[in-house]
Design a protein around this ligand. Structure first.
Ligand code: FAD
Ligand code: DLZ
Ligand code: SF4
Length: 506
């Protein structure tokens, strides 16, 4: 036989290294829906439906292009990726197996075991879809780094890719236009209407499967209107560049009730599973800027998220795993409150953000970071529980990208390895960036008492609880000083309100 090419669920790219040089006459491409991957956390129903549908359509596209694909469907009862591999080897008797390295540590460890155990040559190739190789990231980070900063990494990536560069200098005279990207949303500015994609026969079957097999999982399965094919993904990218990108930068931090997407790209799920490459997305964005169709703060903002944050986060993950998973620098140990599953809370910002998460398997960055994440941090929720929640609720969630965002970005559980200070904020921040507070039973202007916005006293209680950890952080200097000058009465009120609030959570 020829070569067996095993493609994982988040490797749905025609230019995947494992498909490089595939022989249409002799090779078999294996793609498998397997029990263990679909249930290692209780993924949101839409996440499973999206991925299975994308996998099936990708397989069909490969077949259309003349490849032989062995597609294992969920109802064939394949227990695990290893089970899929062994079944395929038995059936096709290949000479060798080729794979692209898994994006998650857990699965890469499996690949290493198979290499030693399947009894025929198994090659694991690098994943060239990322801009920055493991080697390059390690070299950039240096030996045993104490802390790393995205901004410097990002500049290296700009130089490496040449995006928005004028020779050695950044276009527009600055590396970063974030300062322009914090505007409030004007009341008369409407979010553009999104394209939706009709459910075809294949997706209909997947929806029926998920409804039956994953009945008790979190989240709403329908309506389902995601792009699931390469062609639809490209259409969605075109739509984004033309319609939403011009305002993407300026209103990147804004939130509005009933508008889950605003000007965000919603491309993360498509990029992470392989239907779009990060390179083609950035190429298109840069082109739109060179054509004068979008301002520099939009193009730079998007490209920074992708070649900066996305690659940096992946680098941190591989630098720090496997120990990173257990990080808990602030010894946070509270259980996740029930409303993370039901969205039933009187805190309107959380009700909206979690409600949208439940409906769409999506929330945009500021909702994930400054509403839900901020709450997890201030309330002292257990990092393990928070990691699991974020890993299962979003359709773009894979451990390599979820974990550093949770452990490092929102929870400060790695002691500030890449965040120079915790992303903690009181209600005033949420009020400034959204219209949530106007519809809330709490009063964002009140600091203490039954009616006060809980973020207001939880913020100070968090600092009081973790005083020792932040005392030496010079970026926290001003705020820790105001804590030192706070009167006993005020401190008592903060502690009393926080205890009352946190007690009734559990
Ligand atoms: P846009 O706002 O349009 O941004 C463009 C692209 O930039 C995204 O599609 C994404 O590919 C990339 N990007 C932006 N910020 C980040 C970041 N911090 N890390 C990695 N990529 C980034 N993103 C995931 O893809 N999967 C996750 O599981 C995930 N978990 C997160 C958990 C927390 C606690 C936080 C704070 C952020 C998380 N993010 C995750 C990052 C970010 O919130 C999402 O990528 C983004 O909201 C996806 O929506 P979008 O495509 O509309 O993004
Ligand atoms: C997330 C996921 C799910 C839900 N199901 C599958 C599956 O059935 N088959 C598969 O090959 N991959 C799946 N994945 C993705 C993997 O769990 C894993 O996250 C990635 O391959 C990253 O290593
Ligand atoms: Fe959220 Fe506080 Fe505003 Fe209510 S008042 S929406 S709890 S920030």
């Amino acid at each position: 036989g020829g070569t067996l090419r095993f493609v994982l669920g988040d490797q749905l790219s025609r230019d995947l290294s494992a498909l490089d040089g595939a022989d249409k006459d002799r090779d078999v491409i294996l793609i498998a829906e397997v029990g263990a991957e679909a249930s290692y956390v209780r993924h949101h129903k839409k996440k499973i439906a999206f991925l299975f549908s994308a996998m099936r359509h990708f397989a069909r596209d490969l077949e259309g292009a003349g490849f032989t694909v062995h597609y294992m469907r969920f109802d064939e009862g394949v227990a695990s990726l290893e089970d899929a591999l062994k079944r395929a080897i038995d059936e096709h008797a290949p000479e060798a197996v080729v794979m692209t390295e898994a994006a998650e540590h857990r699965v890469l460890m499996m690949q290493k075991e198979w290499r030693d155990g399947v009894g025929l040559p198994l090659t694991v190739l690098p994943d060239a879809r990322f801009f920055c190789s493991h080697k390059r990231f390690k070299e950039w980070a240096g030996e045993n780094p104490k802390s790393l900063r995205m901004e410097y990494f990002y500049r290296e990536m700009r130089r490496l890719t040449g995006y928005l560069m004028d020779g050695d200098a950044p276009e527009g005279g600055k590396w970063n236009f974030d300062h322009d990207n914090r505007e409030k949303l004007p009341a008369d500015l409407k979010a553009p209407k999104r394209p939706t994609y009709a459910v075809d026969d294949e997706t209909r079957k997947v929806l029926a499967l998920v409804a039956e097999q994953f009945e008790d999982n979190f989240g709403d399965l329908e309506p389902f209107d995601y792009p699931v094919t390469r062609r639809q993904a490209l259409h969605y990218l075109d739509w984004f560049i033309e319609t939403a990108l011009p305002n993407f930068g300026t209103y990147q931090d804004a939130m509005r009730q009933g508008e889950p997407l605003l000007f965000h790209s919603n491309l993360s799920g498509l990029i992470n599973c392989g239907l779009l490459s990060p390179r083609e997305c950035c190429d298109r964005v840069e082109e739109a800027w060179r054509d004068g169709a979008v301002p520099i703060n939009a193009a730079e903002g998007f490209i920074r998220q992708v070649i900066g944050w996305r690659e940096f986060i992946r680098g941190i993950y591989w630098l720090k795993m496997p120990d990173y998973a257990g990080s808990n620098a602030l010894s946070a140990d509270k259980k996740l409150p029930d409303f993370f599953w039901t969205a039933k809370t009187e805190m309107n910002c959380l009700k909206q953000s979690i409600g949208e998460t439940k409906a769409n398997a999506y929330a945009h960055h500021i909702q994930r970071l400054m509403v839900i994440g901020n709450f997890c941090l201030l309330a002292g929720l257990d990092p393990k529980e928070v990691q699991e929640w974020y890993l299962l609720v979003y359709h773009d969630a894979y451990e390599w990208v979820e974990m550093p965002n949770v452990v490092g970005m929102i929870l400060y559980a790695d002691g500030g390895f890449f965040a120079s200070k915790p992303y903690a904020a009181s209600g005033a921040y949420i009020d400034r960036m959204s219209d949530y507070c106007g519809n809330c039973r709490y009063d964002v202007k009140k600091k203490n008492g039954e009616k006060a916005c809980p973020f207001n006293y939880l913020y100070w209680d968090f600092l009081l609880r973790n005083r020792a950890a932040f005392q030496k952080n010079h970026r926290m200097g001003v705020i820790m000083k105001s804590l030192d000058q706070m009167g006993e009465d005020k401190i008592d009120a903060i502690r009393r309100d926080s205890r009352r609030f946190l007690d009734q959570l559990s």
